[in-house]
Design a protein around this ligand. Structure first.
Ligand SMILES: C[S@@+](CC[C@H](N)C(=O)[O-])C[C@H]1O[C@@H](n2cnc3c(N)ncnc32)[C@H](O)[C@@H]1O
Length: 261
C-alpha cells in the first residue's frame, strides 16, 4: 500500500513536511544581513513596542547590589528560541542585570549577525549562541526560568514538537512566552493590513534585500498560522498551564503565555 506523505504549509504552498525546513532556511539565509533593518521598515518601528511587551512579561530580576546579593544565587536563565540576530536576548539582558541568555537558531547566517551584534554591545559573555532545531533542543531538562520565541514558531515545521521541547527545558514555575503575528479582526484595519501586506511588504523586501519572495513568504505564513485560541489549545496540549494571550495593535500580533507548574 502506498504511504501517504505528510504535507504542511510553506506560505500558501503545500509542501512535504520534511521539505519545509530547507525552504525556511533559504528565506533567512537570504535576508540575514538586512533582517533587522527590514523589521524597522516594515513595522514602522512597532516591532520594538511588541518586543518590549514580551520583555516586560519575562520580567527578569534586576541585579542586586553586592551586599544584598546572595553568593549562592544563580542567575536568571533565559532561552530564546529561533532567536536569530539576538534582539530578544539583548533586550532581556539589558532589562535584567543578572541574566544569562541562550539563543538557539537553526540558521548560521542569522546567528553570525547575532554574535557580531552581541560583541558590539559587550554582551558576548552573557549570551551563548547555539545552532539547533527548536524541535529537538540540544539542552538539558528543566534548566531555564523563561523560554521565549518571537516571530519564530510559525516557521518551525513541527510546532507541537517545539512546544514540547520548550516545556521540557523549562524549570517548574518557569514561563513560556511566544510573540507571533496573529489575526486582524478590526473592520477597516483588516483591508488596509491586507493591502499593505501583499503589496507594500514584498516591494519593500525587493528594494532592501533584493528578495521579494522571502517577504511574500513572510506575509503568507502569517495568514496560515493558527488563530490565537487554536494556538492556546496547542500550548495546553504540550502541558502548559494558565495559558493566556493578549492581542496587540488590533490583532496584528499576539503575545501568548503559559507556565510549567
Ligand atoms: C522571523 S525570524 C525571528 C528572529 C527573532 N526571534 C526576532 O524576533 O527578531 C525567524 C527565525 O526562526 C528561525 N528558525 C526557523 N526554523 C527554526 C527551527 N526549526 N529551529 C530554530 N530556529 C528556527 C530562523 O532561522 C529565523 O532566524
Amino acid at each position: 500500500m502506498p504511504r501517504t506523505r505528510e504535507h504542511t504549509d510553506f506560505g500558501f504552498r503545500r509542501v512535504p513536511l520534511e521539505h519545509k525546513q530547507a525552504l525556511v532556511d533559504d528565506v533567512f539565509h537570504s535576508v540575514a544581513s538586512r533582517y533587522d533593518l527590514m523589521n524597522d521598515l516594515m513595522s514602522g518601528g512597532l516591532h520594538r513596542a511588541w518586543k518590549d511587551a514580551l520583555v516586560t512579561a519575562v520580567n527578569p530580576p534586576r541585579a542586586r547590589p553586592a551586599p544584598e546579593a546572595k553568593a549562592s544565587a544563580r542567575p536568571f536563565a533565559l532561552l530564546d528560541l529561533a532567536g536569530g540576530t539576538g534582539d530578544i536576548a539583548f533586550r532581556v539582558l539589558e532589562a535584567g542585570g543578572g541574566t544569562r541568555a541562550t539563543v538557539v537558531d537553526i540558521n548560521t547566517d542569522m546567528l553570525a549577525v547575532g554574535r557580531a551584534r552581541a560583541a558590539e554591545r559587550g554582551l558576548d559573555d552573557a549570551i551563548t549562541f547555539v545552532e539547533g532545531n527548536a524541535e529537538a533542543l540540544p539542552l538539558p531538562d528543566r534548566s531555564y526560568d523563561a523560554v521565549t520565541i518571537a516571530f519564530g514558531i510559525r516557521n518551525v515545521p513541527r510546532i507541537a514538537a517545539a512546544l514540547g521541547e520548550a516545556y521540557r527545558v523549562l524549570r517548574i514555575g518557569g514561563r513560556f512566552l511566544c510573540l507571533e503575528f496573529s489575526t486582524v479582526d478590526v473592520p477597516g484595519l483588516d483591508a488596509l493590513y491586507d493591502f499593505y501586506s501583499f503589496n507594500v511588504i514584498p516591494a519593500l523586501g525587493r528594494a532592501v534585500t533584493e528578495d521579494a519572495e522571502a517577504y511574500r513568504y513572510l506575509v503568507e505564513s502569517i495568514r496560515r498560522f493558527p488563530r490565537p485560541d487554536a494556538f492556546a489549545e496547542m500550548m495546553r496540549a504540550a502541558g502548559f498551564a494558565r495559558v493566556s494571550f493578549q492581542r496587540m495593535s488590533g490583532g496584528i500580533v499576539a503575545l501568548h503565555s503559559g507556565w510549567r507548574l
